[in-house]
Design a protein around this ligand. Structure first.
Ligand code: THU
Length: 135
């Protein structure tokens, strides 16, 4: 699966976004090491803090299916109809990713023209993670 193919799946997932308050629609596509893609979209709420980001929705779907190892996540978003912005994941989603991924995990974002690929280490250096809680 290429980065472009994964990002295209995020663009499709974005079409289901529920974002009546911000109008900012996001889709995510998470690739497991087994080659399965799990998608998610953002899901807003009238009680704003109950909003769930697309990335965490994708992780929830994958974890619920029994997956525990991942290669990459692609994210597409923007206001309005077109996913024209480059969406870097929010801090909460970076922390959730850190729970489940290794150093070589790729975070990809972009639109139908361009894409970028980063490591989670670049996005969340000095992470607090499960290693901190080991005996
Ligand atoms: N959002 C995501 O789904 N992922 C991100 O990484 C950034 C923000 C959503 C949450 C909310 O529904 C909307 O974008 C505006 O913050």
């Amino acid at each position: 699966m290429t980065d472009r193919e994964l990002l295209n799946q995020a663009l499709i997932a974005r079409e289901a976004a529920y974002a009546p308050y911000s109008g900012y629609r996001v889709g995510a596509a998470l690739l497991s090491v087994n080659g399965t893609v799990y998608t998610g979209c953002n899901m807003e709420n009238a009680s704003y803090s109950a909003t769930l980001c697309a990335e965490r929705a994708a992780f929830s779907a994958a974890i619920g299916a029994g997956e525990r190892a991942f290669r990459a996540i692609a994210i597409a978003g923007g206001k309005g109809r077109k996913a024209d912005e480059k969406v870097a994941p929010c801090g909460v989603c970076r922390q959730v990713m850190a729970e489940f991924v290794d150093a070589d995990f790729a975070v990809i974002w972009g639109n139908d023209q361009v894409l970028e690929r980063h490591s989670l280490e670049e996005l969340l250096p000095f992470a607090f993670d499960r290693k901190n809680l080991e005996d």
